[in-house]
Structure formats: structure tokens, C-alpha cells
Ligand binder design. Structure first.
Ligand code: HAS
Length: 542
């Protein structure tokens, strides 16, 4: 692997894991606080911890890991090295994002930004927190431009050729990100910064929440798509098989680009100020975005089965035995896939208008995203780490680290079973999310929730042990003996010609995405202006 590019990739991955460790400490503390087992010392607030946990794990860990991973794959599959401009943009993005992250962490530690990772109004943070966020977004745009530039150059120099699947998917992921972050950039620059500096007295809360969720939902697919890259492109190689269909894989990414943005209202189904018609339309679009995930499930099963049958597997499920269960590069992402089945089903529950009323703002939702992002996505990223770090640093994934990786995956799943299982159940019993430990004056309903909180805390402790082991593994990988580790890229089962070229007509896909966004948002957003009741002076959290 190109050494110069390897340094850029490793910088992102190491930063990601440092954020994960710090966020994990906050997570551990808050699970024991919520379980009533521990009281925070020195005036540290529950919401302060919750903000640190969400920002560091859900926003910082993911974004750094994803950009590092995408840059590695672009370098590997599109020419063997990054173009000088792409490389420079990658580093510029890294520096800007890191500056922003540093400012944000300081603000959170000073308790001047306990506004949770969703940071919409009316909770108000220090303006510097929002400035930090803006730097992170602009930095990530630079990194995205680097990938676009590299891809366009590749297309120009390979006229008529289909781009490598990894490169195509990297472009799609960053395109989704660029379009989605426009919403949050507008919210931060036009609404939050002027308001937190005191230049404007009041803020339009509905608009702030809407702009956030315009970004917030595609954000979860920005986390998911790189995991899908691993499932579609990397895993077939690791299991000794082929990518079931290059065309299907590209089509599922395009569908995710089209349908993951105009659906933010499914986070706002209980909010007044948005007409039921537009909520209904966005719920329908939400069900459309489930389709590419079902296609992915189909394609994965097909890849697994074909690989097994090619090796002589018999019977309906004989191929299951032939999967490389002892290889952490497969096992960790596989557990992610397995968990994604109930996790996705939970998402469909959330998206169903009537059932959303039952689960909204309860711990069920917290349970849902600990299965999706904190298990399916996180375990896949861990699985990638085991070969990515050695591949880009020219080191070996030793049998010992592989073994520890399998143990790490199992502990993570056990911890999550306790934690997320308890969250889902107690959520159905009505326990609210985002509330400091409370028995509501020993109200009988709240007392019933106590054993579930204890299970959540036990899960949190087990998860922290798994996290500590993961950090140990990352350090071990960085210091592993020198040698060659493969960067696994799968090949399509069908010849390249089978993939229709219209899948790379980006102008058409971007135009359709914009049309869908305008359709889903124009009228409801116009409705949000002029409602005096949506203007709030805000709530300062410190
Ligand atoms: Fe979600 C809330 C709906 C997917 C993350 N979601 C959240 C929040 C987060 C989040 C962070 O409609 C909370 C935000 C907050 O703080 O308020 N979600 C969905 C739907 C899907 C979905 C319909 N969510 C995700 C993913 C996430 C994520 C992915 C992160 C990565 N979600 C919602 C809704 C809410 C919500 C509402 C708001 C709730 C409220 O009221 O606040 C779908 O995309 C899910 C589709 C998935 C599938 C599963 C396919 C299965 C596959 C695996 C195959 C396995 C194999 C292995 C092959 C249909 C691909 C098996 C092999 C063997 C041998 C057995």
C-alpha cells in the first residue's frame, strides 16, 4: 500500500479510536448513573456526559473512520495512489475537522454545550460549539471534494470504463453526505450562530429541528453505507466468493442516495406545525428507503450461498458451515449483519406512524440505534480495522490479534444484548430517553423500570470491557510485526458488461435527489415561516 496514503488513512483511524475511547468512558459513566448505582462527582452533569458520548461516538468516531476507510479504498482501487490534490484535500479536511472537534470537546468539558448530539434549538450552547461544528462540516467537505476529484480524474483517463465498485460507492457515500450537510450548515450558520451570539433574540424551533433532521436521517445512512461497502465489496473476497451482482450493489446505493434525504419527518411525527399529509408522504418515502437494505440482505445471502456451493456445500444450509467463522475479518462484520435484521425491523416499527406514537422519545429508540449504529456499523468498522491497519502500514494481522478480535466481538454482542434488549423492553413500558436517573418520586411505573436500568448498566460495563479490548487490539495492530496483509477487494460474479452504464449518470441521480427533496420539503418548510409560536428565546444549559 502506498506509504504516503497509508499515513493519511492511519491518522483518521487513530483519531477515530481515540474519540471512541473517550466517548466510551462517558457512555460507561452514564449507564451506571442511569442505573442509580453512581452519582457524578464535581458537578459533572448527566446531559454533559450524554453530549460527550453522542458527539464523540456517533459523530466523531464515525466521520473519521469513514473518511479514512474511503480514502484507503479509493487509493487502492483507483490507480494505486491518491492524486496529489486529493491527498492535500484529505489532509486539509483532517486538520480542519480536528480543529473543530477540539473546540467542541473543550466546550463540552466546560459544560457550555450540553445540548446533546442533536444540538437543535431551543437548547442553546456557546457559539464556539457551533463554530466548531461548522469547521467539522467544512473539513469533511474538503475530504469529499478530494474523493470527487480523484474519481473524475479516473473517469477522464479511463473513458468508457466502469469505475471500480469501491470508488463508485465512495462517491455515492460522500455525495449523500455533501447534500445532507447543507441542511445542518444552514441551521448552524443562519440560525444557531447568530442566535447564540445574541445577534438575534429568538429562533424558529420548528425550522431548526427540520433542518437538523433533513441532515440527521441521511447521517445514519452515511454511517451505514461504508458498512455496506464492506459487506458488498470486501466480505465476498474474505469468504473466497464473488460479489453476487455489481449492478444490484450500485443500484442499492443509488436508491439509498435518492430516498435517504426526503424522510427527516419520521423523526418529527409527534411534532405540531407539520401537516399530517407531509408526514404521511415522508413515511411512504421512508418505506422506500427500506428497499435497498432488503436488496442488500438478498445479495449477501446469495454471495454466501454461492461461495459455499462453489466449494461443494450440500443441502439447504450446508454453505453456512463453510463460512470462515474463525476469521475476525468476516466474523465481526457478520455479527453486524445478523444484528441488523432485528435492528432494521425495529426501524420499520419506528417508521410506522401509529407505532411511533408508542415508542417515540422512549428508551426503545435508544435501543434501536445501539443495534444499528453501535453494533451493525461499529462491529463492521472493527472488522475492517483488523485488516485495514496492517494493510496500510505493511504489518501482519497475527493469529493472536485475530483471536482477541473474535473474543472482542462476542463480548460486544453480549453487552449489547443486555443493554439494547433492556432498552427496547423498558421503552415499551414507557420509560423516557434522555432523562437523568429518576424514579419520579417513586412512582410505581418508574419503580418497575429499575431492573431494566440495572440490566442496561450491566450491559454498559460489559461493553466498556469490549471497548477497552478493541483499543488494545488497535494498539497491537499498530505495533504488529512487519509483513504483507491483503487489502481484500472482491470481484463481481458477472462480467463487467452486465452493469448498465446509466448507474454512473450522476447528473441524473443528483437531479432526481434534488427533485425529491424539493417535493418533500418545500411546502412544509414554507408553512414554518410566519408562525409566531415557533419562535423561542431558547434555553441556556449552563
Ligand atoms: Fe433508525 C431513529 C427508522 C435504520 C440510526 N435511527 C434512529 C436514531 C438513530 C438511528 C441514531 O422512522 C435516533 C435519532 C435520535 O437521536 O433521535 N431506521 C429507521 C428505518 C431504518 C433505520 C426505517 N437507523 C437505521 C440505521 C441507523 C439508524 C441503519 C444507523 C446506522 N429510525 C427510524 C425512525 C426513527 C429512527 C422512524 C425515529 C424514531 C423516533 O420516534 O424518534 C431502515 O433503514 C432499516 C432497514 C433495514 C433492514 C434490515 C436488512 C438486513 C440486512 C442484514 C442481512 C443479514 C445477513 C446475515 C445476510 C430492512 C441487510 C444473516 C446470515 C445468516 C446465515 C443468518
Amino acid at each position: 500500500f502506498n506509504r504516503r496514503d497509508g499515513a493519511l488513512v492511519v491518522a483518521h483511524i487513530v483519531f477515530a479510536f481515540v474519540a471512541l475511547l473517550l466517548g466510551g468512558i462517558a457512555g460507561l459513566l452514564q449507564s451506571v448513573v442511569r442505573g442509580g448505582m453512581y452519582t457524578l462527582p464535581g458537578g459533572i452533569g448527566y446531559y454533559q456526559l450524554l453530549t460527550a458520548h453522542g458527539v464523540l461516538m456517533a459523530l466523531v468516531f464515525t466521520t473519521y473512520f469513514i473518511i479514512g476507510f474511503l480514502y484507503s479504498g479509493v487509493s487502492k482501487t483507483m490507480g494505486g495512489e491518491l492524486l496529489p490534490l486529493t491527498h492535500r484535500l484529505g489532509w486539509a479536511g483532517f486538520v480542519l475537522m480536528s480543529l473543530g472537534t477540539l473546540i467542541d470537546v473543550v466546550m463540552i468539558l466546560l459544560n457550555k454545550a450540553s445540548v446533546l448530539y442533536t444540538f437543535y434549538a431551543p437548547l442553546k450552547a456557546s457559539p464556539y460549539f457551533y463554530i466548531g461544528l461548522a469547521l467539522v462540516v467544512v473539513g469533511s467537505w474538503l475530504s469529499g471534494f478530494g474523493i470527487f476529484y480523484h474519481y473524475m480524474y479516473w473517469k477522464k483517463t479511463h473513458r468508457g470504463k466502469l469505475s471500480p465498485l469501491f470508488g463508485f460507492m465512495a462517491v455515492c457515500t460522500m455525495l449523500l453526505w455533501q447534500i445532507a450537510t447543507i441542511g445542518v450548515a444552514v441551521e448552524v450558520l443562519v440560525q444557531l450562530i447568530p442566535w447564540s451570539f445574541g445577534w438575534t433574540e429568538k429562533i424558529n424551533v420548528m425550522l431548526s429541528r427540520t433542518l437538523f433532521w433533513y441532515f440527521g436521517h441521511p447521517l445514519v445512512y452515511f454511517w451505514l453505507l461504508p458498512a455496506y461497502i464492506c459487506w458488498y465489496v470486501i466480505i465476498p473476497k474474505i469468504i473466497g466468493g464473488k460479489i453476487f451482482s455489481d449492478a444490484l450493489a450500485r443500484m442499492s446505493f443509488i436508491l439509498l442516495l435518492l430516498f435517504s434525504i426526503p424522510v427527516g419527518f419520521h423523526h418529527q411525527l409527534t411534532e405540531p406545525g407539520i401537516s399530517p399529509l407531509w408526514k404521511f408522504i415522508q413515511v411512504v418515502l421512508t418505506f422506500m428507503v427500506v428497499v435497498p437494505s432488503l436488496m442488500t440482505a438478498f445479495s449477501l445471502f446469495a454471495s454466501f450461498e454461492s461461495a459455499g456451493r462453489a466449494k461443494g456445500a450440500r443441502g439447504l444450509f450446508g454453505w453456512v458451515k463453510l463460512l470462515p467463522w474463525k476469521d475476525v475479518r468476516f466474523f465481526a462484520p457478520f455479527m453486524g449483519m445478523l444484528v441488523f435484521i432485528p435492528a432494521g425491523a425495529g426501524g420499520i416499527v419506528n417508521a410506522s406512524n401509529q407505532m411511533n406514537v408508542v415508542v417515540h422519545n422512549t428508551l426503545w429508540v435508544t435501543g434501536h440505534f445501539h443495534l444499528t449504529v453501535a453494533t451493525s456499523v461499529a462491529l463492521t468498522f472493527f472488522g475492517i480495522t483488523y485488516w485495514l491497519i496492517p494493510a496500510v502500514t505493511n504489518r501482519l494481522l497475527t493469529p493472536r490479534i485475530n483471536r482477541l478480535g473474535i473474543i472482542q466481538t462476542v463480548i460486544w454482542c453480549v453487552g449489547m444484548l443486555f443493554m439494547s434488549g433492556a432498552m427496547h423492553t423498558v421503552g415499551l413500558l414507557g420509560s423516557p430517553r434522555r432523562t437523568a436517573y429518576t424514579t419520579y418520586g417513586d412512582h410505581p411505573d418508574a419503580v418497575l423500570w429499575m431492573p431494566y436500568y440495572a440490566a442496561m448498566a450491566i450491559g454498559g460495563i460489559i461493553l466498556f470491557i469490549a471497548l477497552a479490548l478493541m483499543i488494545y487490539n488497535v494498539v497491537a495492530l499498530l505495533r504488529a510485526p512487519k509483513g504483507y496483509t491483503e487489502y481484500p477487494i472482491g470481484e463481481a460474479a458477472e462480467p463487467e458488461e452486465a452493469t448498465p452504464r446509466y448507474l454512473e449518470r450522476w447528473k441524473v441521480w443528483i437531479a432526481l435527489t434534488v427533485v425529491l427533496i424539493l417535493f418533500a420539503y418545500t411546502i412544509p418548510v414554507m408553512d414554518m415561516f410566519g408562525h409566531a409560536s415557533t419562535q423561542s428565546p431558547g434555553y441556556v444549559t449552563w
